[in-house]
Ligand binder design. Structure first.
Ligand code: ADP
Ligand code: MG
Length: 723
C-alpha cells in the first residue's frame, strides 16, 4: 500500500506486529480489549502525570496532598488479627524515604516490584516519626522518560502495565511516520477551526510535550468523533428529505387563523415562534421531521392542533398519537373543545361548509362504532383522529394523512413512529396523478414528535440530530409556581400530612407517589399497596383514597383515574404510572416518598402533575435521612425550569444516561463529552452541514465515507437515524 495510512488499514493490522508483543502479550491485550493497531491507538490515556508538578520526597509537607515519583525499594505483607492484609512498601527518591501502606489490597505485593518507578499521589503523614501515605493512588510509569507520562486505563483482568501500553503505542506511531496518517477532514476546515492535524493529535494525546498540547490533541480527536456522528445524522436527514416527497400544506389558512383567534388565551411568544417554525416546514416540499420539546404545561397541544389544521385546510387529515388510553381520551376531549364550531370547506355540501370532525380511536372503540370510524377515516370524512397505538394497527387507513403528531415520544418505539408515518402516502399517489415525475419518491406525512422531557441542546443535537428541534421555552402567564420542599424526619413528615389534609378539607386533591423498587415490579406494587393501607388507616384516614399501579388492568387504571378526575377520590396513591400527561387541575398536592430514589427528570415530570390550576400547589420530596440532602433534591427545590434541571442532571449524572439513550451509537465517542464539548458539537454540526450540502453522498469524500463505514456500523447508523 502507498499513500497515507487510513484508519481502516490500522484496524486491519494485528497488534502482534508491534515490537514486544508476542503470543502472551497478544493474549493479554486481547483480554484488555485490544486486537488491532487502531484499537491500541484509540485506547487513550485516562490521565497524564506531569512530572514538573511532582514534589520530591524531601519536600513533602505533612497533611498535604502531593504527587511524588519514587522507586520501590522494599515490599512486605502481613495479616492483622482482624484478618486485614497490610502491604507496606518502602519507596524513595534521591531526597528521602517514604512508606506507603495499603490496607486490604494484597495484590499490591505482586504489583509493586522492587526497582519499579511509580507515581504516588496522596496525603503524607508522620507515623512514628516516619513519613507515610495510606492507600495512595499509584500509577506505574516504569522507566518512561519525558515530562508528561500517559497513564492508561488499568484492567484487573489483563495484567498489562501502563508503561507497556505506552511503549507499544509509541512503536506503532513511529511506524506510521514513514507514510503518515490519512486525514479525511478537509484541510480548509482544519485551518478555519484551528485544529491540529491527525498525526500531531495522536502523538499529542499519548505523548504530549505540554498540557496545552494534550488539550489541542484531545480537541482534534473529539472533533473527529463528533463530526462522524453528525455526518451520519445530517446525511440521513438530507437523504430522508431527498427520498420523501412531502405535501405542501396550506398554512395561515382560514382554519388556522380562526382557531388562533378563538383561543381563550393569548399565545406565548414561544408558541407563536414554534408555530411559525412548523409552518415553514409544512409549506415546504419536504416532509417535516421535527421534535418539539416543551416542559409540562408549556402548551404543546395548541401547537399540535395548529399543525394538524394546516393539513385539514388542504383537504388532508391530522392524527395525534398518545401513549395511553387515558391520555388519548384527555387529548380528545381537550382538542374537541378547542375546535368546537370550526367549519371545513366541503365541495360536496350545498352550503360549502361542514363541521370539522374530530374522532377518538383506541382499543376500547369496538364493533360497529369502530367499523364506521375506520370507514370514515378511509373516505376522508374524519379530519382529525386522536388515539393510541390503535392508530397504527392493521386495517387503519387514511384517505390522506397529512400531519402526524406523536405525543410523549419516549413512550413509543422507533417502529411505532415509522408505522404512523407509513400510514400516509399510498392514497395520495393516486391523487397526485401526473404532478410528480419522480416516481421513486415516497410521499410522507409531516411528522411532529413532542416530548415533555427537556434535554440539553447539545444532547438534542447528538441524540436527535436528524430531526429539527423546536423548543417551547416559555410558560403561559399566570401560572402559580409550585412550592417544593424537602421533607425528612418524623416531625416534618407529620407537618406535611397536616398540610395535605388541610388542602383536601378545602376540596383540593393530592397525589402520593410510592418509591420505585427497581429489583421487582411485584415488590413495587406490594409497597404501593402497603402505603395505601397505612395512609388509609392513619395519616389520611378521613379521606377517600384510590390506588393506581402498573399491574392493574388498563380498564381498572382508567376507572380509578376517572374517579379521581371526577373528584370521587381525594387522594391517589400511585406508582410512577401517573408520570406522563395526566391533567387534573384540582390536584394541588404532590407527595413523593423516598424521593431520593428518583432521577431529576422523573421528579420533575411527577411534580408537573400539580400546579395546573388556579390554586397554589405544593410538592414534598420525602427522604428518610434528615442528615443528608441530595443534590438532585436540592435542584428540584431550587428550580422548576425543566431545561435548567436537565443541565443539572447532565452535570450530576455525567454522560451515562444520555449515552445509554444513544446506545451503540456512542461507541465511537471515546473522548467527546456532551457536557464539556458544547462548542465542539456546534462546530461539528456546522461542518457536517457544510460537507453534506456540497456532497450529499460523500462521493468526493471517499476517505471520510470509509471512516464512517468503519467506525459506525450500519446498526449504529440506523439507530442514529431513527431515534
Ligand atoms: P403540555 O405542553 O404539557 O402538553 P398543554 O398543551 O396541555 O401543555 O397546556 C397546558 C394548559 O395550558 C392547558 O390547559 C392549555 O389550555 C393552557 N394553555 C396553553 N397555552 C396557553 C397560553 N398561551 N396561555 C394560557 N394558557 C395556555
Ligand atoms: Mg401534553
Amino acid at each position: 500500500m502507498t499513500g497515507p495510512i487510513t484508519l481502516r488499514e490500522l484496524a486491519d493490522i494485528d497488534v502482534e506486529i508491534i515490537k514486544g508483543v508476542g503470543e502472551r502479550r497478544k493474549q493479554a491485550l486481547f483480554d484488555y480489549g485490544i486486537t488491532s493497531v487502531l484499537e491500541l491507538l484509540t485506547n487513550y490515556p485516562r490521565r497524564w502525570v506531569d512530572r514538573t508538578n511532582e514534589a520530591r520526597v524531601g519536600d513533602l509537607v505533612t497533611g498535604q496532598e502531593a504527587l511524588v515519583l519514587v522507586e520501590v525499594r522494599k515490599v512486605s505483607k502481613f495479616t492483622t488479627k482482624s484478618r486485614r492484609t497490610v502491604v507496606t512498601v518502602q519507596v524513595g527518591d534521591e531526597s528521602g524515604r517514604l512508606t506507603a501502606v495499603f490496607f486490604n489490597q494484597p495484590w499490591r505485593e505482586r504489583q509493586l516490584k522492587v526497582g519499579l518507578q511509580v507515581a504516588m499521589f496522596g496525603k503524607a503523614d508522620l507515623y512514628r516519626g516516619v513519613l507515610q501515605m495510606s492507600n495512595p493512588l499509584v500509577d506505574l510509569i516504569g522507566d518512561r522518560t519525558g515530562r508528561i507520562v500517559p497513564i492508561y486505563p488499568q484492567s484487573e483482568k489483563a495484567q498489562i502495565s501502563t508503561w507497556e501500553l505506552a511503549t507499544w503505542v509509541e512503536n506503532a506511531l513511529e511506524r506510521c511516520k514513514e507514510r503518515g496518517l490519512c486525514d479525511p477532514v478537509p484541510s480548509e476546515l482544519i485551518k478555519r477551526f484551528e485544529l491540529v492535524d491527525r498525526t500531531a493529535a495522536l502523538w499529542g494525546i499519548h505523548f504530549p510535550d505540554s498540557m496545552v498540547a494534550k488539550q489541542d490533541a484531545r480537541r482534534r480527536l473529539a472533533f473527529d468523533e463528533l463530526l462522524r456522528v453528525q455526518l451520519v445524522l445530517v446525511g440521513r436527514k438530507r437523504a430522508f428529505e431527498r427520498d420523501n416527497t412531502g405535501i405542501r400544506h396550506v398554512v395561515d389558512g382560514e382554519l388556522q387563523r380562526r382557531f388562533i383567534r378563538t383561543l381563550p388565551f393569548v399565545m406565548t411568544n414561544a408558541q407563536q415562534r414554534v408555530i411559525t417554525e412548523i409552518n415553514q416546514d409544512l409549506v415546504g416540499p419536504h416532509p417535516m421531521h421535527r421534535l418539539l420539546q416543551g416542559d409540562v404545561g408549556s402548551g404543546k397541544t395548541v401547537v399540535a392542533v395548529s399543525a394538524m389544521l394546516a393539513a385539514v385546510q388542504g383537504g388532508h387529515q391530522g392524527a395525534l398519537m398518545a401513549p395511553t388510553e387515558v391520555l388519548a381520551e384527555q387529548h380528545f376531549s381537550g382538542v374537541r373543545k378547542l375546535l368546537e364550531g370550526l367549519q371545513v370547506p366541503d365541495a360536496s355540501n350545498l352550503f360549502g361548509d361542514r363541521q370539522l370532525r374530530v374522532e377518538l380511536l383506541t382499543s376500547r372503540i369496538i364493533s360497529e362504532k369502530r367499523r364506521e370510524l375506520l370507514r370514515d377515516l378511509a373516505n376522508g370524512s374524519v379530519d382529525i383522529v386522536i388515539g393510541t397505538h390503535a392508530l397504527i394497527q392493521e386495517g387503519v387507513e387514511f384517505a390522506s394523512l397529512g400531519v402526524a403528531v406523536i405525543d410523549e415520544q419516549h413512550r413509543f418505539g422507533v417502529e411505532q413512529r415509522a408505522a404512523l408515518r407509513g400510514k400516509g402516502g399510498d392514497k395520495l399517489d393516486g391523487k397526485r396523478g401526473g404532478k410528480h415525475d419522480d416516481k421513486s419518491a415516497i410521499t410522507s406525512p409531516d411528522v411532529l414528535v413532542m416530548t415533555a422531557t427537556p434535554i440539553p441542546r447539545t444532547a438534542a443535537m447528538t441524540v436527535y440530530g436528524d430531526l429539527d428541534v423546536s423548543v417551547l421555552d416559555e410558560m403561559p402567564p399566570g401560572r402559580i409556581p409550585i412550592k417544593t420542599s424537602w421533607v425528612a424526619g418524623a416531625m416534618f413528615e407529620s407537618g406535611m400530612w397536616g398540610e395535605v389534609c388541610d388542602a383536601i378539607a378545602q376540596g383540593q386533591q393530592a397525589y402520593v407517589v410510592c418509591p420505585i423498587i427497581e429489583e421487582s415490579d411485584k415488590l413495587q406494587v406490594a409497597a404501593a399497596e402497603e402505603t395505601f393501607k397505612k395512609l388509609g388507616k392513619a395519616e389520611l384516614k378521613d379521606y377517600r383514597l384510590g390506588l393506581l399501579h402498573g399491574r392493574m388492568s388498563s380498564s381498572d387504571k382508567d376507572e380509578t383515574m376517572t374517579m379521581f378526575r371526577d373528584r370521587k377520590l381525594d387522594v391517589l396513591v400511585a406508582t410512577t404510572v401517573i408520570e406522563v400527561g395526566i391533567d387534573v387541575p384540582n390536584a394541588t398536592c404532590m407527595v413523593v416518598l423516598d424521593a431520593d430514589r428518583f432521577g431529576i427528570a422523573q421528579l420533575h415530570q411527577l411534580r408537573g402533575r400539580v400546579g395546573r390550576g388556579s390554586i397554589a400547589s405544593k410538592c414534598w420530596l420525602v427522604t428518610s435521612n434528615p442528615e443528608e440532602s441530595s443534590p438532585r433534591i436540592d435542584a428540584l427545590v431550587e428550580s422548576t425550569d425543566g431545561f435548567y434541571l436537565a443541565e443539572v442532571d447532565l452535570e450530576l449524572r455525567g454522560e451515562g444516561t444520555l449515552m445509554n439513550t444513544m446506545q451503540k451509537g456512542a461507541s465511537d465517542l471515546k473522548l467527546a463529552s456532551l457536557r464539556s464539548d458544547r462548542d465542539l458539537i456546534d462546530l461539528a454540526r456546522d461542518a457536517a452541514f457544510e460537507i453534506i450540502n456540497a456532497d450529499p453522498t460523500l462521493k468526493n469524500h471517499a476517505a471520510m465515507r470509509d471512516e464512517l463505514d468503519l467506525l459506525l456500523t450500519p446498526d449504529e447508523e440506523e439507530f442514529l437515524f431513527k431515534n
